[in-house]
Design a protein. Structure first.
Length: 381
């Protein structure tokens, strides 16, 4: 099906009552209005996509849409604090509300999540791997942008942040020409062994650094060391990493609850000597990619003479898991994650209210906090 013309596309995707409002206002007389746009929870401002879209629509319609940005990109925004004021003719803005809210809310919440994750684990680099969890190309672009915004904010506070992402199409948000990544589990299944998959990759991409998944056969330590011994030159040059993505239903090779506690007792005893929730304990000493699993992998590599082989960790790295990993001083070099995608989608709902009609301040009862208050509200940039 060919794409609809811009106006037909807007009319078909916006809420019907906005289309009807546009027609009613056109019949009874247009006026100049100002919308306040906000979220009900704290976020990081990520307005670029919506601002560019509004500029495009203004050009298409031959009208003027003024956008006053109250909080610059990457700035923390409190709950209920307007991020944007949008001003223009009511007939030109009424039918846009649904669409610009879609482009703002999820990006701001995802940026906040990415920002928090980077600050909770400031010594690790992050790789955005959200694409497979996105509902189409528009969401993929939005989430890539959001991760970059949150990362930039965290970098200003000393974190390493995101170094890139897993797809070419959104790599530009991270200042890269291409996405990053080496192999999925499917390649190891195809090759029949972890080492053979590593050989195939290196033969095909000899100039690239090599990151090898080591959990396919449940022999993370054994297979990781086998790969390191085979590619000892890459290992010595710091061009080899192992990626831990151990299934949450089992422990990393050689670990069980008792041994997991023992590993952390050797490396981060303080992390397990305070009260922990069930979730925090799972992140520390449970199944899957736990802090104990990361430390055990680091121990094995160092004991075998491979201190420069990096560790990439993935699987469920949200804000809380990053915090626990940092408290355990887990030696993670890179985190692969898509967990900055908002988990509670209702938190992403941005809202807009008209706060001014032809110069007269007016808003529904209960939303007076959105008013400009005679110019008292200041922009954050």
């Amino acid at each position: 099906m060919p794409p609809l013309p811009v106006e037909a596309d807007i009319a078909s995707h916006t809420d019907v009552y906005f289309n009807r409002t546009k027609q009613i206002v056109a019949r009874f007389g247009d006026c100049r209005v100002t919308y306040a746009v906000f979220l009900r929870r704290p976020v990081v401002s990520a307005p670029r996509l919506v601002m560019e879209w509004l500029a495009t629509i203004a050009a298409e319609r031959g009208t003027q849409i003024d956008v006053e940005l109250m909080h610059k990109e990457g700035e923390w925004v409190g709950a209920g604090d307007p991020i944007l004021y949008i001003t223009g003719a009511f007939t030109q803005l009424a039918d846009l509300e649904t669409l610009y809210l879609q482009k703002l809310g999820p990006a701001c919440v995802a940026a906040h999540n990415a920002y928090q994750m980077c600050l909770e684990l400031p010594g690790a680099a992050f790789l955005a791997m959200e694409a497979r969890h996105c509902a189409g190309a528009e969401m993929q672009e939005m989430m890539g942008y959001a991760a970059a915004v949150g990362s930039a904010a965290a970098k200003r506070e000393g974190a390493k942040g995101f170094i890139g992402n897993a797809t070419d199409v959104t790599s530009h948000w991270f200042g890269n020409a291409r996405g990053f990544g080496t192999m999925p589990h499917a390649l190891i299944g195809y090759a029949g062994s972890t080492l053979r998959a590593a050989e195939m990759f290196h033969e095909t991409y000899p100039e690239d650094n090599l990151t090898v998944l080591v959990d396919y056969f449940g022999r993370e330590v054994t297979d990781g060391l086998e790969v390191a011994r085979h590619f000892k030159d890459l290992a010595a040059a710091g061009r080899l990493s192992v990626r831990l993505d151990t299934h949450g239903g089992r422990f990393l090779e050689g670990l069980d609850p008792a041994e997991s506690y023992a590993v952390l007792e050797r490396h981060a005893p303080g992390a397990i000597r305070r009260y922990r929730s069930e979730t925090e304990l799972r992140h520390l000493v449970g199944t899957g990619v736990s802090a104990a699993a990361v430390w055990r992998m680091r121990e094995a590599l160092d004991e075998a003479g491979f201190p420069k082989v990096g560790i990439v960790a993935s699987s469920g790295f949200g804000v809380s898991k990053c915090r626990v990993m940092n408290e355990a001083r887990a030696p993670i070099d890179v985190v692969g994650t898509g967990s900055f995608i908002p988990n509670t989608w209702s938190e992403t709902y941005a809202t807009a209210d008209i706060v001014d009609y032809d110069g007269q301040a007016r808003v529904k009862l209960g939303r007076e906090f959105l008013l400009r208050k005679n110019g008292a509200r200041k922009r954050g940039n």
